[in-house]
Design a protein around this ligand. Structure first.
Ligand code: PPS
Length: 276
């Protein structure tokens, strides 16, 4: 494991400097059939990854080579992982929390498919709060009130800079009303044709309860303290609901959140500066 040695735009990376990080990202060799899973942390990355993994595995049959590449290679700009990525069979499914501007340039020039999962930011804040609280490897957090204040004062680079590329990608909303429909929409977007039985099976496999149960059986990688997709999965499947924010936000906090979020969405220079 490489230590995280510097931060860029508020994100910790394992490269030694911003220059090295940008060079590393630019040297990433994309393939036209790479699929990118883009998300702000705690927006349903694991759910989306499970759906995609199962879609490709089902399409390719039991012996298919569908592979989910874990977040760390791109998210943390770790050059040592690039060799592994080069050796993976296609299609490569690459989850990342990086914003659009920072994505390796070839992913854009080769017009790789991207699926961007969004969630009510209030639920995201609550999920992140609990993740920090429950994870002994992350910095200790204060009370909810203090955490929320910090969250709102953060630069919000991920959420804001992801928004402008809505039209370039498939956007999936974290909504549990009709999960089968979500799976269908994704398969259509990716051009993976499956029967309705297969879609139902994938929906079942990617349900919260099923994923939580599977996570209980997995071994915990105690060495990996940062990358959620490879660390202790038991901490990921907390509640899996929509609207848990209502159990945490006071009326005043809710008003404050709406105001601050609105201001940032409207005034984000980063959001305005994205070029396609
Ligand atoms: S991470 O660490 O950033 O990759 O986390 P991420 O996977 O993006 O988000 C974790 C939250 O998503 C919930 N989750 C699910 N909800 C419903 N169905 C399924 N299958 C599912 N899988 C993950 C998970 O419970 C976290 O939300 P909270 O609100 O904390 O429960």
């Amino acid at each position: 494991q490489s230590a995280l040695v510097h931060t860029f735009n508020g994100i910790p990376f394992s490269t030694r400097s911003s220059k090295e990080l940008l060079h590393t990202l630019d040297s990433f060799e994309a393939r036209e059939d790479d699929v990118l899973l883009v998300s702000y942390p705690k927006s349903g990355t694991h759910w989306l990854a499970e759906i995609l993994k199962n879609l490709y595995r089902t399409q390719q049959g039991a012996n298919g080579c569908g592979t989910v590449t874990l977040t760390s290679p791109i998210e943390f700009g770790d050059p040592s992982k690039y060799e592994d990525l080069r050796n993976l069979p296609s299609p490569r499914l690459i989850p990342t929390h990086l914003n659009y501007k920072m994505l390796p340039v070839q992913l854009k020039t080769k017009k790789c498919k991207m699926i961007y999962i969004i969630r009510n930011p209030k639920d995201t804040a609550v999920s992140l709060y609990h993740y920090y609280k429950d994870n002994p490897n992350l910095p200790t957090v204060d009370k909810w009130t203090t955490f929320l204040e910090k969250f709102l004062n953060g630069d919000g680079h991920c959420i804001l800079s992801h928004f402008p590329f809505y039209n370039e990608t498939f956007v999936l909303e974290f909504s549990l009303q009709d999960p089968t429909e979500s799976v269908e929409q994704i398969s259509t977007f990716l051009g993976v044709n499956l029967t309705s039985e297969q879609i139902d099976d994938i929906t079942r496999k990617s349900s919260f309860n099923e994923m939580k149960e599977q996570a209980q059986k997995e071994k915990v990688d105690a060495n990996n303290t940062v990358c959620a997709l490879t660390s202790n999965k038991r901490l990921i499947f907390r509640k899996g609901t929509v609207g848990d924010w209502k159990n945490h936000f006071s009326t005043r906090q809710n008003k404050l959140f709406d105001e601050r979020f609105g201001e940032r969405m409207n005034s984000s220079e980063l959001a305005k500066s994205i070029e396609y």
